[in-house]
Design a protein around this ligand. Sequence first.
Ligand code: ACO
Length: 286
Amino acid sequence: MNDPIATPGGKLVLVEFDDGIAWVSLNRPDKRNAMNPALNAEMLGVLDALETDERCGLVVVTGAGDAYSAGMDLKEFFRESDRLAPEAWLQISRVAQTWQIDRLRHYPKPTIAMVNGWCFGGAFNSVVSCDLAIAAEEAVFGLSEVNWGIIPAGNVLKSVASVMSARDGLYYTLTGETFDGSRAAEMKLVNIAVPHAILREHTRALARTLLSKNRAAVRAAKHAFRRVGAMSWDDSDDYLAAKLDQLRLTDPEGGRNEGMRQFLDDKTYRPGLGGYQRDKSGSSGA
Ligand code: ACO
């Protein structure tokens, strides 16, 4: 792996490049990766930088040490903000939500949350906002806000409600009980849970699968998925038709025609069972 890229501050978020994957780790292990304002600002800078960094084809968000993230920093994000002017608080809060929600939900490259350990409150935002999420079976999740007398604001409840059922979401919101990675997978908060010992290996394999696909098609599909949920059937139909046309015009490797050619003429693969051979179309491998 290469050295971490230079990032503003550079200590609170680590980036490692590994064969097209950017492993992005929240890096305050002694504080269980609790998110303070400085970490949030650095994370926003890192996501901005990786967007156009050619070493990065896909982002994995995870945590250093034994935590994914213990949520927002109660001391630096909350208590020390009590004395700030409303405008300053709004700014701090906006930076957090911008990287956790706005940037990740609409990131131009695929994203995977790899939940390696403790995951509380505000940490749910990035897990839900990433395209896919994998947890260690042993990871511990909790909507602990109620345990210290607040509600899951910062749009955490919106994240929860977007992937969990009302029954499960309300249960854990109101009780503040913890649950493990296996239960998170059962409730579809994450796609899958695997033993911690193979978490990274499993995540890398999934990342390599995504990286093997047509990049433009993956980007268009993930953006479209986010958009169509709020549209009427007619609006969605029209939007997707336009998105498909846009993809045909802008896909640098002309995937649609190449995919049909390799199936119909060369008979070298079956689209139902896997992707076309991208090397033959002059696409990059990373
Ligand atoms: N904010 C600020 N500091 C934190 C946070 C946090 N969210 N989580 C952990 N820390 C700090 C602790 O204060 C402690 O600091 P210290 O060494 O200076 O005393 C250090 O991290 C280690 O924490 P421990 O509690 O000793 O670690 P342990 O492994 O025993 O427990 C656990 C881990 C369960 C995650 C525990 O730290 C905890 O409950 N943290 C708070 C979780 C939480 O409720 N987060 C807020 C969610 S709500 C929201 O995000 C809006």
